[in-house]
Design a binder for this molecule. Structure first.
Ligand code: ATP
Ligand code: ZN
Length: 288
């Protein structure tokens, strides 16, 4: 029997598109998935379940889905028997305290005896316990940011990326409780069959190569032959750079794969050393 690996992803919301893009970058094709709860990939042994993100940890724990993509915040808040397998580098946000603009929190100790509204009571209570602070945590399932102006809480603890929602509600960012991003999760209770394990390993390898590629750039430049040695020293290449002859005999072309952050760091040095026509291009996949 040919069993498919079942992956749960968010049906609609902030993680949906990036999760689908990740599959695409792994060469996995999924057609006509709009408005469906379940779909099979056309070229990989993978079934995809579209769920609310809140439900994903439980589905994975109970092996209804073998793996899932969910925010670390959601995984930790549910506190179920699932484990993170791989951080996926998207859906980045932080769970922070939000306080009225006019207030000042000098230290975490200032939270003592305050009322804090949140959708993440478990994570917040853990944080308060770790810091030995007694505060009252009230759970709200949405629109947490209006709690202070309604007078039902002093502060809030909510997911923040830009802080614009806080601003609209006359709140500002305070202490950071958790940095979160999307992760691939797996059940702690169930082991995959050997056949599914093979599919899982294949998928993981593709995910890893796609993540690596996203962080890398393919760079190309023309270099005077005399400066070649010096320029090669500047390039923090993944492997030895490629040097190609050009019709202009005094020049060679140098190609290399480097970390994206490094591109901006070395740009000036390359130019100063005589490189010209420096190009950088995205890479789809890197198989090492
Ligand atoms: P669902 O209908 O699936 O329950 P939701 O409304 O609970 O959706 P979204 O707002 O789509 O969830 O957020 C999903 C996840 O995206 C969050 O749990 C978090 O991990 C991540 N995320 C990234 N940036 C933000 C942000 N600025 N605010 C909230 N969540 C964010
Ligand atoms: Zn949700």
């Amino acid at each position: 029997m040919n069993e498919n690996l079942r992956l749960a992803i968010q049906k609609k919301g902030r993680l949906h598109d990036k999760s689908m893009q990740l599959l695409k970058s792994c060469g996995i094709e999924v057609e006509n998935f709009q408005d469906r709860l379940f779909v099979s990939a056309s070229n990989f042994n993978l079934d995809i379940l579209f769920l609310r993100d809140d439900d994903i940890p439980e589905y994975v724990q109970d092996n209804v889905a073998h793996i899932g993509i969910v925010g670390e915040n959601e995984m930790l808040e549910k506190g179920l028997a699932v484990k993170p397998v791989k951080q996926l580098g998207f859906g980045k946000c932080s769970l922070r305290l939000g306080i009225p603009e006019k207030d000042e929190l000098k230290s975490i100790k200032d939270l003592e005896n305050k009322i804090i509204a949140t959708s993440y009571p478990k994570i917040l209570n853990n944080f308060l316990d770790e810091n030995k602070i007694k505060a009252k945590v009230i759970e709200l399932s949405g629109s947490v940011e209006i709690a202070p102006s309604l007078g039902i809480a002093d502060y809030i603890c909510d997911l923040v990326s830009t802080g614009n929602t806080l601003k609209l509600n006359k709140l500002k960012k305070s202490f950071n409780i958790l940095n979160s991003q999307a992760v691939l999760i797996q059940s702690e209770k169930f082991n995959l069959s050997p056949e599914l394990k093979k599919i899982f390993n294949k998928l993981l390898l593709r995910i890893e190569s796609s993540l690596k590629a996203k962080k890398s750039k393919y760079i190309m430049m023309n270099v005077p032959k005399d400066s070649l040695e010096q320029i090669i020293k500047i390039i923090p290449s993944l492997e030895s750079p490629t040097v190609l002859p050009l019709s202009n005999k005094g020049l060679v072309a140098v190609h290399a794969v480097i970390n994206e952050d490094k591109f901006w760091e070395i740009n000036e040095d390359l130019k100063a050393a005589g490189a010209s026509g420096i190009l950088s291009m995205p890479i789809e996949n890197i198989i090492l």
